[in-house]
Design a protein around this ligand. Structure first.
Ligand code: SAM
Length: 243
């Protein structure tokens, strides 16, 4: 599962992914809003809503990036006392910390450099875990899913938001045109990194989705799993709990 977003660059998938996000970090939030015409905000909100009934006090946002989900969750879930975000890209974390400080939330939201495949927290540390557009980038998906289950408290819930591929024929054609041509073009023009946005498309094409993804969660030990496709299947929310 090796990726080569930067020609001539050696290193593991993890190092390449961290490098790639360091390079596009300064344009990341803008490109998210621009490429999804703002719909990504609604997707993140729907994902966080899956936690409303649980009333979590502690949340870990894995692959937090620029902390959009961490901030939104703190805002949407009044039960939350402490939000922790981890990511392997210091460039993304730096921007996230700035957003948190601007909103004077540095006491309740903290970001650390941390790897989803070796989470630096003891077993059963968090009531809930979120990952938005992160699992697709993991070098080893099952390792990441198992680590998240380990640090989750019994009764706790994981919410995963990830791209999927729409199946309706008309939508499929437009979607392919968009992800294969428009997004890499805009990514090249705006973030100066066409390869990163080509990687976005390649990684979506290769990634397990729908029931296949739910089966992987079950195999890793999650219970009460379910999925919710959004926007004609462009995105899917996957949830699972710890027994
Ligand atoms: N969750 C944020 C959001 O919703 O905008 C950021 C998503 S961004 C597409 C993916 C993030 O995953 C990047 O910031 C990248 O550095 C991070 N990432 C990739 N592999 C990781 C890993 N093994 N552990 C932690 N973070 C990882």
């Amino acid at each position: 599962d090796s990726i080569k977003p930067f020609e001539g660059k050696e290193g593991s998938k993890k190092e390449q992914v961290a490098d790639m996000f360091n390079q596009i970090a300064h344009r990341y939030d803008f490109l998210n809003r621009f490429l999804s015409a703002g719909i990504d905000v609604g997707w993140r909100k729907k994902a966080i809503k899956q936690l409303a009934g649980l009333q979590p006090a502690t949340l870990l946002d894995v692959a937090t990036g620029t902390a959009d989900v961490a901030l939104m969750a703190k805002n949407m879930l009044p039960s939350l006392q402490q939000v922790t975000g981890i990511d392997i890209s210091d460039g993304m974390l730096e921007l996230g910390r700035k957003k948190i400080a601007d909103r004077q939330l540095s006491n309740s939201i903290q970001l650390f450099n941390g790897d989803s495949e070796a989470i630096n927290f003891p077993d059963a540390s968090f009531d809930a875990i979120t990952v938005a557009f992160g699992v697709r980038n993991f070098a080893h998906l099952e390792k990441g899913l198992s680590e998240m289950l380990r640090v989750l408290k019994p009764g706790g819930k994981v919410v995963i938001l990830e791209f999927s591929k729409p199946s309706l024929p008309g939508v499929k054609g437009l979607y392919n045109l968009y992800t294969k041509t428009v997004a890499p073009g805009a990514g090249g023009f705006i973030a100066g990194n066409k390869a990163a946005y080509k990687y976005l498309n390649d990684s979506i094409q290769a990634f397990p989705e729908g029931n296949q993804f739910v089966e992987i969660m079950k195999k890793c030990g999650y219970v009460s799993t379910y999925k919710k496709p959004l926007s004609l299947g462009i995105c899917t929310i996957y949830c699972g709990s710890k027994s």
